[in-house]
Design a protein around this ligand. Structure first.
Ligand code: PHE
Length: 352
């Protein structure tokens, strides 16, 4: 009996130590220490043994059981650790791999891209970029921009006012930032201001919200020729090296003189005629396309920022305001401005 116990102990002990998985270990536990195991049967039968054998056999069988239990526990710990290692290794995820299927990369909206292109050109000319509030004070939107009381541009139908605060409105142009920019720094100043503006308009070429880029240059000795040269550089960068610009007289309350600026048509090269002899549809046979409003900053405007170092006797400059949608429509042949904001991906994806 003692020999058999020793055999079981040695055989089961070796098997437990050699086990390579916790499933195998569990199977060995059931086989050697379970209810039907030989060792268990021996232990159960001890009471029936002759009295002189009970002590020895009982001691040996209990010793064997304790030893096997200890071995099982040690092997379980060893296997748990290595199985966890193996699992972690197998489950390892390379977070730098693309997902499956790879997600298409999005792209900036055509209006944002056009804005950035214009910003790039102007930054190249030495301008900085500033942004301002879309909810604006009447003072910045109108008063400080030399709109006299009762000027038609102040009338209710031209903009959106905040009902409880009649002096607060959605800005109708980016020009208020001329004043705000000059309030923050003395001349010389060369700044552009991209941003959203709002008007009570809606048709194929107008939407209640659209984007402008304002330009402002104030320093000593700036002239209308500087304005023309700057806009020529901008138009050539955007519409092609062959372009020309022309200035036509116009009116804005905050510039004097004021001009409207045309760029020579980039479809017909300015002739107004296409290769086949038919009238150019882009410029309607004119050879020129209106592109923005501009002018020399009115001394009255500088009067509102005189305490910030803007002495109209000493410094002068120009300002311009350009519609981003208009530029994008012209360049890409988009027939209706409102399509930019329908967010139909079939439309947007064409400009990736
Ligand atoms: N703010 C004018 C507009 O929205 C454009 C403009 C800007 C004109 C700067 C002159 C100078 O129509």
């Amino acid at each position: 009996m003692l020999e058999r116990i020793e055999e079981i102990r040695a055989e089961a002990g070796a098997a437990i130590e050699a086990a390579t998985s916790s499933a195998e270990l569990e199977e060995l536990r059931v086989r050697h220490l379970g209810r039907k195991a030989e060792l268990t049967t021996i232990l159960r039968g001890i009471a029936e043994l002759p009295a002189e054998e009970r002590g020895k056999v009982g001691g040996a069988a209990n010793g064997a059981r304790k030893e096997l239990e200890a071995l099982l526990e040690a092997s379980a710990a060893r296997l748990d650790a290595s199985e966890l290692d193996a699992k972690l290794l197998a489950d390892r995820v390379d977070v730098t791999l693309p997902g499956a299927p790879p997600r298409p990369v999005g792209h900036a909206h055509l209006i944002a891209r056009t804005t950035r292109q214009i910003e790039d050109v102007m930054i190249g000319l030495g301008y900085t970029v500033a942004e301002g509030p879309e909810i604006e004070h009447d003072y910045y939107n109108f008063t400080a921009l030399n709109h006299p009381e009762g000027h038609p541009a102040r009338m209710l139908q031209d903009t959106f006012y905040v009902q409880s605060q009649p002096e607060v409105l959605l800005r109708t142009h980016t020009s208020p930032m001329q004043i705000r920019a000059m309030e923050t720094q003395p001349p010389p100043i060369f700044v552009i201001v991209p941003g959203k503006v709002y008007r009570r308009d809606s048709d194929a070429t107008h939407s209640p919200m659209f984007h402008q880029i304002e330009g402002l240059a104030i320093a000593e000795g700036i002239t209308l020729a500087d304005l023309q040269g700057t806009l020529l550089a901008l138009c050539r960068a955007i519409f092609g090296d062959e372009r020309e610009v022309r200035l036509r007289p116009h009116f804005f309350p905050f510039t004097e003189p004021s001009v409207e600026v045309d760029v020579s048509c980039f479809q017909c090269g300015g002739s107004g005629e296409l290769a086949g002899g038919e009238r150019c549809n882009l410029c309607k046979g004119q050879g020129w396309i209106e592109i923005l409003g501009a002018g020399m900053v009115d001394p009255n405007v500088l009067g509102f920022v005189a305490e910030h170092g803007y002495d109209a006797e000493r410094v002068q400059g120009f300002a311009f305001g350009l519609g981003v949608e208009r530029v994008a429509m012209l360049r890409h042949g988009v027939p209706d401005l409102r399509r930019f904001f329908d967010n139909d991906v079939r439309m947007l994806e064409q400009f990736s």
